[in-house]
Design a protein around this ligand. Structure first.
Ligand SMILES: C[S@@+](CC[C@H](N)C(=O)[O-])C[C@H]1O[C@@H](n2cnc3c(N)ncnc32)[C@H](O)[C@@H]1O
Length: 209
């Protein structure tokens, strides 16, 4: 775990505030990514992360052991439980969203004191049904970790109409048949169950009034 005071997240530049490429703020050695991935700029001038070599479907990429615990969700954070988030000062922060993701990010919930078992709060894996070829972009499905994204965006992943979700604003805004097509973390599943039960309660209340 990194200390926010001594390291900070200050080198990270919000990609929506710039008009051209800016160098990534973090070395790929953090979270042991340097052997497997490299940085690229995508067509929109944003940073992205691509595979340095081919990786078989389902294979382990890295554990998330470099992180800063965060109590609020930001454009760059990853949600690890119903109430907790992490900032990731490593190449992981430059992994874009796609509606046809090439990797899954499985997060581990924190202990009650906010720490994570063995200081590891998640794992990156190649998706289960497709190999990742050298040079292919690493992308994950942001709603698989984020329940409500604080800064929604119109998705430019390029997936076909009917496959691309269009606007990425978090799992809360997606239908279950869409979410059901993806690897989704347990805290998201739990929050969706809560959403649906509250929805039913509200409908029932409306019926009674
Ligand atoms: C954590 S950053 C990802 C890295 C970012 N490309 C960069 O250069 O810093 C998340 C932001 O990247 C952009 N982004 C990621 N995936 C996107 C997508 N599929 N379509 C459009 N924008 C995307 C959005 O602005 C989003 O808020």
């Amino acid at each position: 775990m990194l200390d926010l005071q001594s390291n900070g997240h200050s080198g990270l530049i919000d990609p929506t505030t710039i008009s051209g490429p800016v160098p990534p703020a973090f070395p790929l050695s953090a979270n042991n990514l340097d052997k497997v991935v490299e940085y690229r700029h995508n067509v929109e001038g944003q940073n992205s992360v691509v595979a340095r070599r081919g990786l078989p479907r389902g294979s382990h990429i890295c554990y998330i052991d470099t992180y800063i615990p965060a109590s609020v969700s930001t454009w760059s954070s990853i949600q690890t439980s119903k109430t907790t988030h992490i900032e990731v000062p490593s190449g992981i922060v430059y992994i874009n969203h796609s509606c046809v993701p090439s990797i899954d990010i499985e997060v581990y919930p924190p202990n009650s004191d906010g720490t994570y078992v063995n200081g590891v709060c998640g794992e990156l894996r190649v998706v289960a049904d497709r190999d990742l070829e050298a040079g292919a972009e690493l992308t994950f499905f942001y709603p698989s970790t984020e329940y409500i994204s604080p800064r929604p965006f119109d998705c430019l992943c390029g997936a076909d109409i009917g496959v691309c979700i269009g606007r990425q604003e978090g799992a809360h805004f997606l239908q279950n048949d869409v979410l059901g097509k993806y690897f989704v973390n347990k805290h998201i599943k739990d929050l969706i169950v809560k959403r649906d039960s509250e929805g039913r309660a509200k409908v029932s209340l409306n019926w009674n009034t």
